[in-house]
Design a protein around this ligand. Structure first.
Ligand SMILES: *Cc1c(COP(=O)(O)O)cnc(C)c1O
Length: 225
């Protein structure tokens, strides 16, 4: 039997609530970002109907193809960009998304700031941290994060609200999440986007304010091309 989108959301919300109780000192709100990358509008719609409003996409073009039509019917959707952003796509990204989670270099910060000013849209941003210092992953190095956040705020003038990371595969993520929590404190940001389908409860235990869940909601994706 096919489990409904509403049942899947309720089960995940229940696990989020339990993780908050299990680990918490004071349980902060946790925002569920439903990662709909690679899934067509037909797969997303049941989740919209079930009340989910925050979604993550990793490509500008794909978001542009799928979301404007969905937004007409669900205008209160909040779309997070969770994939790498090229500067030549910054203008489109500012028009399409509500939150940028992958701010990772000065040149991008400069271009985004300019495009946000032009568009009259100051989007909240997360700085992506390459917490495992992995060559194949984007993100600012942990020891450069505090200075980078400061530069994004001034001179760039961006509204940096938090940090985001994708920890290394195949090793326990807890120590990386703990390092993120310390970095967020040092950088003076309140939000932490960390935790995916396989490890979100651990991330919540380390202070995640946003968890990004794809396969736990939408099922498996074909391997990335
Ligand atoms: C795909 C993706 C996710 C979701 O991953 P799941 O393991 O399917 O939950 C989260 N964050 C980022 C940045 C992603 O690219």
């Amino acid at each position: 039997m096919d489990v409904s989108a509403a049942d899947k959301l309720a089960a995940i919300q229940e696990r989020i609530a339990r993780a908050q109780q299990r680990f918490g000192p004071p349980p902060t709100a946790v925002t569920l970002v439903a990662v709909s990358k690679t899934f067509p509008a037909e797969a997303i719609e049941p989740f919209l109907e079930a009340g989910q409003r925050v979604f993550g996409e990793n490509r500008v073009q794909e978001a542009k193809d799928k979301w404007p039509a969905l937004r007409e019917r669900y205008p209160d959707v909040k779309l997070h960009l969770i994939g790498p952003l090229q500067t030549n796509k910054a203008r489109e990204a500012v028009a399409l998304f509500d939150v940028i989670e992958t701010l990772d270099r000065d040149r991008l910060a400069g271009v985004l700031a300019e495009e946000m000013t032009k568009a009259g849209r100051q989007l909240p941003c997360f700085v992506q941290v390459n917490i495992g210092l992995e060559p194949q992953k984007a993100g600012i190095a942990p020891d450069e994060t505090v200075d980078f956040v400061a530069r994004c705020r001034s001179p760039h003038g961006l509204n940096v609200v938090g940090l985001m990371c994708i920890p290394p595969d195949g090793v326990p993520p807890g120590p990386y999440f703990a390092q993120m929590m310390a970095l967020a404190r040092d950088a003076g940001v309140a939000e932490l986007s960390m935790g995916m389908s396989g490890d979100f409860e651990i991330a919540i235990g380390m202070g995640a304010s946003h968890v990004r869940l794809g396969s736990a909601l939408f099922g498996g994706r074909p391997p990335a091309a």
